[in-house]
Design a protein around this ligand. Sequence first.
Ligand SMILES: Cc1cc2nc3c(=O)[nH]c(=O)nc-3n(C[C@H](O)[C@H](O)[C@H](O)COP(=O)(O)O)c2cc1C
Length: 359
Amino acid sequence: MANTLGKNFKITTFGESHGKCVGVIIEGCPAGLKLDLNEIQKEVNKRKPGQSALTTQRKEQDRVEVLSGSLNGVTTGAPICLMVFNKDIDSSKYEVIKRLPRPGHSDMPAFFKYHGSNDWRGGGIFSGRLTLSYVMAGVVAKEILKKSNIEILAQTIQIGKIKAREMPVEEIRENKEKTLVRCADLTAAEKMEELILEVKEQGDSVGGIIECLALNVPVGFGEPICDSLESELSKAIFSIPAIKGIEFGLGFKMVELKGSKNNDEFSLEREKIITKTNNCGGILGGIFNGMPIVFRVVIKSTSSISLPQETINLETKSKEILKTEGRHDPCIVSRAVPVVESITAVVLADLGMQGGFIT
Ligand SMILES: Cc1cc2nc3c(=O)[nH]c(=O)nc-3n(C[C@H](O)[C@H](O)[C@H](O)COP(=O)(O)O)c2cc1C
């Protein structure tokens, strides 16, 4: 099992959904950095369930505790351990998945990989709850990046077939936390919310797309060839459950463009080399080129749905019908937005340190 990301700024996560706790150990964080528990709590609350009718009604307390690495709200240079004790646990609804794996979830392959000894309660290590650790680590990483004025901004741009308009950065910054779906296009956000409520009513679920921008990153971030910016971001992004695809810049649309249209021509802006377009999403040769980093991730529809679905009983090997009970989100996209921002911050803090941009 592998639970560690990063080299110089390294995070190791631990815990299970319905175990005692979920936490993260952060190594390589410089001493003297502000570690504001209120700020960590604020970010963790954004990911929390029970926020609205659009998310699961589980009421998790999610109180963050700082176990080590900080004195009087300032980092000491020692490993930082951040943890949340699990409360409001009801594992009874999950008993059934020991025998009847949920279509679309990790239950079946996990059962075989761990010979039936895996922690099935609440999905164990495969639960979205474990992304709490990324959010906690992300606050520390963002504090490091803040010193270089680096900003990370993610928002929901699509739910099902409902797409948001392209928005200027200022409006994304201003609007995205105003809507329950974390989409800066307020009109599209309303339609997205309606769709989520509609699928919830049907006992079904829906997925979406999150777009993430990283601004003011110095040219040169990324360690080609194997630790290129795309490689490191993708690896980290795919450690978030339910993410099934990533594209940088124009991504798969590049197939339709000839080189003459796809190439981002260079020009000068106040002595600085910029590109006229940003089809490459700010990355060339695995190295950051100074334009905003732009990538999008697709999140699948939540697999635990209350509509009946066919499965196979792992004990009897017979066909059975499963209707998942328990408290699940009809759409997890809005809760994944802060997670995407956080993991991006962790990767950029690490690459910044590896490249000597951040000390
Ligand atoms: C923030 C967040 C919350 C999630 N909540 C749920 C949930 O309530 N029910 C569910 O079935 N899956 C949920 N998931 C997704 C599952 O954890 C994931 O689909 C499962 O582990 C299988 O992994 P895979 O989809 O990456 O293949 C959530 C994911 C995230 C990021």
